[in-house]
Ligand binder design. Structure first.
Ligand SMILES: [Mg+2]
Length: 410
């Protein structure tokens, strides 16, 4: 059987590009979309080409960016607008295949193996889509074409903006293996640091490394990365709309020591809610119901759930509900906690504002901005780049528990 043809499409400077569609004059000046433009601790979420020329980088603070470019124009993010653009862009992808899997608002994988007779080879389809998104939406995209999802993603990152990069199986040793391990999916800063200590710097080093060594160094992630580097990723591209089949999203954790204090419980729930919220946002879903399963030291478990006043994808809202449920049903000591959100909806237009007092809205908006900022940082630098400060000192075993993939989605 021949190789699959997988595309990974990444919108270039997505938030900034959308803002430029509405205000083309912004393309003429250095501009960045950032959380909390009023405060100097706000973070750069996206920047345009002119800002890039000043060396302005995603995730740096406004204060750092302004030092490089004092006349930088700052624009607050409009998530609902970005979601709307994201839907329109994915609808273009869907003209070429029904296997379209969004990875985030501005990135999707496409499996076009079966589309080539109709639309040409992978590179031709990539170039066609690139032109259409530019002309019909006003946003440029970079496309990676390869035989698996991981190398396709590498390709979309390889050359941008507005470019197509093809990595065929025979290109891997010359083109893929010299790339740094940090460019590989799921290699965050801490994993990279661990690998570096074993003199593994490139994807090629990783591919040649002993699998058992990698597992010893990084656990399950080591096994995964070994597959990735060797081009063995065979995960399928989901069909568009499959996310609607997801009934619930949950995550559970057995702690290194039992949770006794309220502070411990809050910390444990915080980490779980963070990962659940992140995955909901990535799937473009919100949920009405928060459920907590509490296992005590005798492994007896209780499950309790509550319905929220509105569907949410925010960790902070889940945490309040989960905390109340847990404290109301609290055993003397807790061994394990699971947080699950169900009653999922993909209707993220409108905030059902009628249920909420006006004065609560700015706060909600700020929370949403903050959590989206965290998503971007984590997508870029790995899950553990952002975590509650308290997890650094705790001995609960909360550490590199990155919520990867769709393990517990049911
Ligand atoms: Mg992008």
């Amino acid at each position: 059987m021949g190789d699959r043809v997988i595309l990974h499409i990444d919108c270039n400077s997505f938030y900034a590009s959308v803002e430029q569609v509405f205000r083309p004059e912004l393309a003429e000046v250095p501009m960045a979309v950032c959380g909390d433009p009023e405060g100097r601790h706000g973070i750069i979420l996206a920047k345009n080409e002119k800002a890039k020329a000043y060396g302005i980088a995603t995730a740096e603070t406004i204060w750092q960016a302004k030092r490089k470019c004092p006349e930088l124009v700052l624009v607050p993010p409009r998530m609902d607008e970005y979601r709307r653009f994201s839907r329109r862009i994915n609808a273009i992808y869907a003209d070429y295949t029904d296997m379209v899997e969004p990875f985030s608002l501005d990135e999707s994988w496409l499996d076009v193996t079966g589309s080539q007779q109709l639309f040409g080879d992978g590179k031709t389809i990539a170039d066609t889509i690139r032109r259409r998104v530019r002309e019909e939406i006003g946003v440029t995209v970079s496309v990676g074409v390869s035989f698996n999802k991981v190398f396709a993603k590498l390709g979309s990152d390889y050359k941008k903006p507005d470019a197509t990069t093809v990595f065929l199986r025979e290109d891997v040793p010359q083109k893929v293996w010299p790339l740094p391990v940090t460019s590989l999916l799921f290699v965050g800063r801490s994993a990279a640091a661990t690998l570096e200590k074993s003199h593994i710097y490139t994807i090629g080093d990783l591919a040649r490394a002993d699998r058992e060594l990698l597992v010893r160094l990084l656990g399950k992630l080591g096994d995964t990365l070994c597959d990735y580097a060797r081009g063995l990723d065979d995960s399928p591209v989901a069909k568009l709309g499959d996310s609607r089949e997801i009934k619930s999203v949950g995550n559970g954790m057995t702690f290194r020591r039992d949770l006794a204090s309220e502070e411990d419980i809050r910390l444990g729930l915080h980490v779980l809610c963070d990962s659940v919220a992140h995955r909901l946002r990535r799937s473009g879903l919100r949920g009405w119901t928060v459920q907590v399963t509490i296992k005590d030291t005798n492994l007896k478990s209780i499950t309790r759930q509550t319905t929220l006043p509105r569907a949410t994808d925010l960790s902070s809202e889940m945490l309040e509900a989960a905390m109340a449920l847990t404290l109301a049903n609290r055993p003397a000591a807790i061994r394990m906690l699971t947080v699950t959100v169900s009653g999922l909806t993909d209707d993220t237009t409108g905030e059902q504002t009628s249920l909420f007092a006006e004065e609560q809205l700015p706060d909600l908006d700020n929370r949403r901005r903050l959590e989206h900022t965290l998503d971007r940082l984590r997508d870029r630098y790995g899950w553990s780049s952002v975590r509650p400060g308290a997890t650094l000192q705790n001995n609960l075993g909360i550490d590199e528990s990155a919520p990867r993939g769709a393990d517990d989605e049911t």
